[in-house]
Design a protein around this ligand. Structure first.
Ligand SMILES: NC(=O)c1ccc[n+]([C@@H]2O[C@H](COP(=O)([O-])OP(=O)(O)OC[C@H]3O[C@@H](n4cnc5c(N)ncnc54)[C@H](OP(=O)(O)O)[C@@H]3O)[C@@H](O)[C@H]2O)c1
Length: 351
């Protein structure tokens, strides 16, 4: 078995692909194994990063995940923050090691929008319930017990929380062997440097719906707010965390302290929608430069569920990575990326 082995899922995606780009330049000494399900993308990856070992497979291949996790000193799970069996297989594999294994798992900031998510009548309003990963970290990492007081930890039913809990149980149940860090991205924008098409989630999907209707729309003016981060800034955080894992750096980096929001600023969804409407009209892609005011009920008829992702408020202040790892994100302007994203979605739709 190769020493110093890193195992990654999701290396052909937006964030994982950018991370691969960075470490292929900065850490040639690391041995990287990447789970890849698509043979076409596996070929691209192999061509551009010949030293990466491709592990053909899917997140449903629990045996493969478990075996590969057992071989790795650091695991990066970028692939799907809702795939519980994959997270469980990773923890099973990691727990079999005799020496510490660092699991860097990717969650998502919908987890802290649970109050609004459960109340569709609030969508589009600004109802802040801020979290942070420093003083408030235990709200995110504590596993609820019968003694937990209401509000002291995230509810089990919050989005992505079942998978976060599987990761957190990993360090609880295998102290000192399974070391965990959960990275929680907000709205990710900006291109990845992975050499094939990648696409973020909220902004592209929303613009895709606008393009198909030839008009932008808002719910209650979308006064709701999210944090944002550029793809190439969040990938830096993963590099810093991997370096800390390789060094087995002590301090409040892991386990019950191992939760990392990854934002650099916040934005109002209604402002992004208005700018998209203006641009779409200017490009002849929309019939109006103004968004249409719709009710949540109306939007549900053609975008059921999707609208929650852009109509809730999610605020999670990123402090831990800056204080402990020297993380310094540079970009803070999702507005600069609307045109590129709109053009990419228009191309996908052939309009
Ligand atoms: N982008 C955001 O704004 C954002 C915000 C919050 C949280 N997140 C979370 O962060 C993680 C990474 O996001 P991303 O934007 O980089 O996603 P992405 O671009 O869609 O990439 C996902 C990666 O995971 C792989 N993958 C997905 N399902 C798989 C499966 N069943 N088996 C094997 N591989 C699989 C994909 O492979 P293929 O290339 O074959 O598709 C791809 O490499 C995800 O969990 C996402 O939910 C993202």
């Amino acid at each position: 078995m190769k020493a110093n082995r890193k195992f990654s899922t999701g290396a052909t995606g937006l964030i994982g692909g950018d991370y691969l780009h960075l470490i292929s330049k900065k850490h040639r000494e690391w041995n990287i194994a990447a789970l890849v399900r698509d043979p076409f993308k596996a070929n691209i990856l192999q061509e551009v990063y010949p030293s990466v070992e491709i592990i053909p497979g899917d997140l449903d291949d629990a045996d493969v995940l478990e075996a590969e996790s057992e071989k790795a000193d650091v695991i990066l799970n970028f692939a799907n923050c809702d795939h519980l069996p994959a997270a469980e297989a990773i923890i099973r594999g990691a727990s079999k090691r005799k020496t510490p294994c660092y699991v860097l798992h990717t969650s998502g900031a919908k987890i802290i929008a649970w109050e609004m998510e459960s109340q569709p009548q609030t969508w589009g309003e600004y109802i802040p319930h801020p979290y942070d990963d420093w003083d408030g970290v235990r709200k995110l990492t504590d596993v609820p017990t019968s003694k937990s007081t209401p509000g002291s930890v995230l509810p089990d039913w919050a989005a992505h929380r079942d998978v976060d809990l599987a990761i957190l149980h990993g360090h609880h149940n295998h102290r000192g062997i399974v070391r965990t860090a959960i990275i929680c991205p907000p709205t990710v924008y900006g291109p990845s440097r992975f050499p094939f098409f990648t696409r973020s989630i909220q902004l592209p999907r929303m613009l895709n719906v606008f393009l198909r209707r030839r008009r932008a729309f808002t719910i209650k003016g979308n006064k709701n707010v999210w944090n944002m981060i550029h793809t190439q800034d969040i990938s830096e955080m993963y590099v810093l965390l991997t370096e800390a894992a390789v060094d087995q750096r002590p301090g409040n980096l892991w386990d019950e302290y191992g939760y990392y929001f990854s934002e650099h600023g916040e934005f109002v969804w209604g402002d992004v929608i208005c700018e998209a409407a203006r641009l779409g009209y200017e490009k002849g892609l929309f019939d109006s430069p103004e968004p249409e005011a719709l009710t949540n009920g109306q939007v549900s008829q053609f975008w059921f569920g999707g609208q929650m992702n852009v109509s809730s408020t999610s605020l999670g202040s990123a402090q831990r990575a800056s204080k402990l790892l020297g993380w310094k994100p540079k970009s803070r302007n999702i507005f600069e990326d609307i045109e590129r994203t709109l053009d990419a979605e228009a191309k996908l739709l052939g309009v």
